[in-house]
Design a protein around this ligand. Structure first.
Ligand SMILES: [Zn+2]
Ligand SMILES: [Zn+2]
Length: 406
């Protein structure tokens, strides 16, 4: 009799199967790796279907134990949050989190530290009030005083680095650097924290702190930059923490900041290094090919993408994502928005379309692009009156075998 009722139960819910954790993990991985919109939607759909199926199972626990249901629900919800966060769906992250908090006591899913952090980061992206900032800080401090257990988990490290970027974006440079230094100590072999820290120093310098900086700044800043770049170029396994765009723009800025030295030859070499790296950055963006410049999702063939009317270069999956990076954060975690990149991208696109031609027009557009790159560094980013003096960088530049910075 018992057997019979079990069979009929199974038949009744055949339309809502719980996906296996393995199949979801695989899908999750693929969606993250490719940033493919179709895969993302598929994964989100499966998770939601899975949660629905679990709900039905919960009321009839013949096949699964309560503990199993609980664990599965928790994993599904946590992965959904991560997924939505990575595609910049900040509203959804908060919504999922709130749904969990609102569910009845016996259905509540315990969330990991990482998810609490993601939720707080999502809140900050949407509403950068001081209350949110305080909550984020206390969350991180609790974790640090706890010994940052599980920091070696890749996802967890990634969340912390994201927190550094966000703090920086909010101009909380001291906090960003303090957290970055702690991460550097914990993740000695990784290059991610070291790189983010170098960017924090650079951003602080650029945002007007340079007047208060002591004379050791160039060395404190240039050495870590050089170190991070060396590790990046040699790709020691963790370089995927860093996006190529941020790397190119950092190298470009470092070279430019040193170019006002007395030695004319070295000076022009540093300047052309800087311009070359801005162009390498633009090339990196050029090959994004139909991906959203904010979330990196690749649209499907039938999806209409928005193209910036200024440069006709930058694509976006939605108006929301275009707005999100207009003023800042167009380059991961830097206070550089598309606003100042737009004329640069326009010049690049114009040149790129005729770059194969060997004529006067191509040459003219090429010169114009070079000028735009230099202007972007000197005026766009405002580096022209922040360059180091000869005496500041002498020790650094000439203590190396090579004369050029990078
Ligand atoms: Zn997008
Ligand atoms: Zn544009």
């Amino acid at each position: 009799m018992g057997k019979k009722s079990r069979r009929s139960n199974r038949k009744g819910r055949s339309s809502v199967q719980i996906p296996t954790a393995d199949s979801l993990r695989q899908l999750n991985k693929e969606a993250f790796k490719s940033h493919d919109n179709r895969l993302y939607s598929e994964a989100v759909h499966k998770y939601e279907e899975g949660l629905e199926a679990i709900k039905i199972q919960s009321s009839n626990t013949i096949d699964l134990s309560i503990l199993e249901i609980f664990k599965m629900k928790s994993t599904f919800s946590q992965n959904l949050i991560m997924m939505e966060y990575s595609r910049c769906g900040f509203d959804r992250v908060i919504q999922i989190y709130n749904d969990i908090q609102m569910s009845p006591e016996n259905e509540k899913v315990p969330l990991s530290f990482m998810n609490k952090l993601q939720r707080q980061l999502a809140m900050l992206r949407l509403d950068s009030s001081s209350e949110n900032k305080d909550q984020l800080k206390s969350l991180i401090n609790d974790r640090i005083s706890e010994g940052m257990k599980g920091y070696n988990d890749y996802d967890e490290m990634f969340s912390f680095l994201e927190a550094v970027r966000l703090l920086r974006n909010l101009k909380y440079y001291d906090e960003a650097i303090t957290l970055g230094e702690k991460l550097e100590r914990l993740d000695e072999n990784g290059v991610g924290a070291e790189f983010e820290n170098a960017v924090s120093h650079l951003e602080r310098y650029r945002s007007g702190y340079h007047k208060q900086t002591d004379s050791r700044f160039p060395n404190n800043f240039l050495l870590p930059v050089k170190d991070a770049c060396y590790k990046f170029e040699n790709g020691n396994g963790k370089a995927e923490c860093i996006r190529g765009d941020a790397y190119m723009i950092m190298v470009a800025q470092s070279n430019f900041l040193c170019h006002q030295i007395d030695n004319k030859q070295h000076s022009s070499q540093l300047c052309s290094n800087a311009i070359e790296h801005v162009e390498r950055y633009l090339e990196w963006e050029w090959y994004l090919d139909r991906r959203c410049f904010t979330c990196l999702q690749k649209g499907t063939a039938t999806e209409v993408q928005l193209v910036c009317s200024g440069c006709r270069f930058a694509c976006y999956c939605s108006l929301d994502h275009q707005r999100m990076t207009w003023k800042k954060d167009a380059i991961q975690g830097m206070r550089i928005g598309h606003e100042i990149l737009c004329p640069l991208m326009k010049a690049y696109r114009k040149w790129r379309l005729v770059s194969k031609e060997d004529n006067e027009r191509a040459l003219k557009l090429r010169r114009r692009l070079d000028r735009e790159c230099a202007y972007f560094l000197s005026d766009g980013l405002g580096l022209k009156d922040k360059c180091f003096q000869e005496r500041d960088v002498q020790e650094f530049l000439y203590s190396q075998n090579t004369c050029t910075l990078l």
